[in-house]
Write a protein that binds this ligand. Structure first.
Ligand SMILES: NC(=O)c1ccc[n+]([C@@H]2O[C@H](COP(=O)([O-])OP(=O)(O)OC[C@H]3O[C@@H](n4cnc5c(N)ncnc54)[C@H](OP(=O)(O)O)[C@@H]3O)[C@@H](O)[C@H]2O)c1
Length: 277
């Protein structure tokens, strides 16, 4: 029995959406536990974060690619480059998703009544096709190695529908294409587990509950902490509060490391008890 069951020493992890709200906490957790990371992101924030990671953990521990993943050709080229240049790839974390007006969040064309094909296609592309492509390209390396852990970041809304009462009277809209694409991602996870288990590859989904980003970089609140929406979110959990990104780290490291070596095709839900009652 290893004392360092969760260690990622000597392992390489590829992660999309690396500089986002949850992604940057995931990256720090991977680096802190010994992994080298290959980080993908779209905005300039990736470069700023990557410089910090390099300073703290060493240049050799970080590689990064700034890429708009909707540009499928460019995205494919980056994935080929990563697959050919890294000595091993042990962990793949599919974390990126566009959570804005383009996918129908908080805009009229995101509602069930008005959803457009464009919002649906963006959700399905980001929710499931990006993971399908990374799995093909990076998974090839894992197959050659006969080992690897794929972690797909889904949501509790792959299991339960958003409740309309949460959004009534607020400006918030959670589009149907989001839940559907993340449920498809969970289904895809099981498919990969089924077909590539014999190749030594595990695939699991991590399903976060409410982890709303309500602070700016200085820690100041960007959303009124007493807003009815946040109050309603808290009330839907058993723990009576919204999660903090670091509260996903235990589950992520578990899935990434040998601690979960006999676990595949599963959904690990971290939601403060939302889906339990
Ligand atoms: N926060 C929650 O409460 C919650 C709950 C359940 C599930 N999740 C899931 O957790 C994951 C991370 O969410 P988050 O809360 O951290 O959101 P976020 O801060 O918006 O992060 C999303 C990431 O995806 C990247 N991304 C979006 N569009 C992209 C594109 N076209 N090309 C490349 N990268 C792109 C973003 O990069 P840029 O910022 O550089 O554009 C960002 O780094 C998502 O899959 C989300 O569905 C979140």
């Amino acid at each position: 029995m290893s004392a360092n069951l969760f260690s990622l020493d000597g392992k390489t992890a590829v992660i999309t959406g690396a500089s986002g709200f949850l992604g940057r906490t995931f990256v720090r957790a991977l680096l802190t536990n010994g992994a080298r990371i290959v980080a993908l992101g779209r905005s300039a924030r990736l470069q700023r974060e990557a410089k910090e990671w390099e300073r703290e953990f060493g240049d050799d521990k970080v590689a990064y690619f700034q890429i708009d993943m909707y540009d499928i050709e460019a995205f494919s080229r980056v994935l080929d480059e990563i697959a050919h240049s890294e000595k091993t790839i042990d962990v793949l974390i599919n974390n990126a998703h566009e959570l804005g007006p383009g996918t129908g969040f908080n805009v009229p064309e995101g509602s069930l009544d008005n959803a457009t094909m464009d919002t649906w296609m963006r959700n399905l592309t980001g929710g499931v096709y990006w993971a399908a492509l990374t799995t093909q390209k990076i998974g090839m390396r894992m197959k050659q190695q006969h080992s690897g852990s794929v972690i797909n970041i889904s949501t509790m809304y792959a299991l339960v529908a958003p409740r309309p009462q949460l959004y009534a009277g607020t400006e918030f809209i959670n589009p149907p294409g989001y839940s559907a694409s993340k449920a498809a991602l969970l289904s895809f996870t099981r498919y990969v587990a089924s077909f590539w288990g014999p190749h030594g590859i595990r695939a699991n989904a991590l399903l976060p509950g409410p982890f709303s980003n309500t602070e700016d970089d200085s820690g100041a609140n960007t959303v009124d902490q007493n807003s009815p929406f946040l109050e309603r979110l808290r009330a839907c959990t058993c723990l009576g509060r919204i999660g903090k990104p670091h509260e996903l780290v235990g589950a992520l490291l578990f899935l990434a490391s040998d601690a979960s070596s006999y676990m595949t095709g599963q959904a690990l839900v971290v939601d403060g008890g939302w889906t339990a009652v």
